[in-house]
Design a binder for this molecule. Structure first.
Ligand SMILES: [Zn+2]
Length: 398
């Protein structure tokens, strides 16, 4: 069924970059035969080499279940025209990185930073992200901008993004990346190409049966947590100045598309998403607490508890939020949340440590020692283990 597709904006109509004629290329997919010129073949070779560098141990998140999950979701997106997309590898990789970002290489390899997955709420929102990224590859955006942009772009900025996690080791590992990655991941494409990818993402997700309204909600979730500090990385999803506009365009597009969509375009896949991505949502909550964004952290905790009422870690984070905020009644609520977390899981380390320090603050030293000792024995590899042990020793010697 090819007629159901909303046709993409013809490439020839895309406004050229200043001083650069647009390349007339047809998208990879239904109705076209992909025949790359020599220059595009070289671009793909660079992409494959860059992809291998990014797949190095130490950068990728080693979570097989998550890996299988994100790849199954991309497969579902492309399923209706699977054979036509064959020239693309269409493979998703998750990179450990606290900067909210994602990008695709020309050959269809998609890299998602772990932080962006922590902001997503359901599978439908994930398909907006994957659909947007794969549309860059489908429409051969890298090739279109190749001569104009890549020749002038430095790679240093992306190396610095990845170095936020791995430090010097990672910087050495990825220093061989080409400007291709910087362009796709950090600078993004021209506004028209970004818009084309938003439209493409929305189209793919809707025809795969997902609720298109979730497309705009995806952008809203990212916008809510936008961090000015990420400006130094110019990460597209965190700080793009046109994010608000993108969100509005997406909302309008989804409304336009609705009457033409099959009746089954309602899937959200919240349970499936949470099952695969809970540790990443937890990590996002932790990051927001550290930034003092308590309302944002709290909304994520509530979201988790609505969907999995026995999530001990979510209760522990509720305790952390209250303890850090330390407002009216907060310490009482922190104690309640920690206690609930420990009742659900007596080895819940965040709750044991939090309750220990809360008791200490309230002058209940015996109780504090009990919980801090339980924390140390439940988390032998914790980075703050030595500090907590020292606190216990100081209390014991008094
Ligand atoms: Zn994009």
């Amino acid at each position: 069924m090819r007629t159901r597709r909303i046709l993409p904006v013809p490439v020839m109509l895309i406004l050229p970059l200043v001083g650069c004629a647009p390349k007339a290329v047809s998208p990879i997919g239904p109705g076209s035969t992909f025949q790359p010129e020599e220059k595009e073949q070289r671009l793909w070779q660079v992409a494959e080499r860059d992809s291998r560098i990014l797949q190095s141990k130490g950068i990728l998140r080693e979570d097989r279940a998550l890996d299988e999950y994100v790849n199954s979701v991309l497969a579902r997106l492309l399923k209706p025209d699977e054979a036509a997309y064959k020239p693309l590898t269409a493979r998703v990789y998750v990179i450990n990185c606290p900067v909210v970002n994602a990008f695709a290489l020309p050959n269809g390899d998609i890299f998602l930073h772990s932080a962006i997955l922590g902001r997503i709420r359901n599978e439908a929102q994930l398909t907006m992200l994957l659909g947007h990224e794969i549309t860059h590859s489908i429409h051969r955006h890298a090739y279109q901008e190749y001569e104009d942009a890549y020749a002038r772009t430095a790679t240093a900025s992306y190396v610095s993004v990845l170095s936020t996690v791995g430090g010097g080791d990672v910087a050495n590992m990825v220093s061989g990346l080409s400007a291709l990655v910087t362009q796709a991941g950090i600078s993004g494409y021209s506004r028209d190409k970004e818009r084309e990818s938003d439209r493409g993402g929305l189209t793919l997700m809707s025809y795969a049966g997902y609720d298109p309204a979730e497309g705009a909600k995806f952008f809203q979730n990212i916008l809510d947590a936008a961090d000015k500090k990420d400006l130094r990385f110019n990460a597209l999803y965190a700080t793009h100045p046109k994010m608000q506009q993108r969100l509005e365009v997406c909302t309008e597009l989804a409304k336009e598309m609705l009457p033409n969509l099959p009746g089954n375009a309602k899937d959200k896949g919240t349970d499936r998403y949470i099952k695969a991505a809970t540790p990443l949502i937890h990590a996002d909550i932790e990051r927001q607490i550290a930034r003092g964004k308590y309302t944002l952290a709290e909304s994520s905790v509530l979201f988790l508890l609505e969907n999995q009422p026995n999530d001990a870690t979510a209760f522990a984070y509720r305790g952390e939020i209250c303890r850090a905020r330390n407002g009216n009644n907060d310490l009482k609520q922190a104690r309640e949340a920690y206690t609930k977390a420990i009742a659900l899981d007596d080895k819940q380390s965040v709750a044991l440590r939090g309750l220990g320090f809360l008791c200490l603050k309230e002058g209940a030293k015996g109780e504090a020692v009990k919980y801090l000792k339980a924390y140390v024995s439940s988390s032998p590899n914790a980075t703050d283990r030595a500090y907590v042990q020292q606190t216990i020793n100081n209390l014991d010697s008094k």
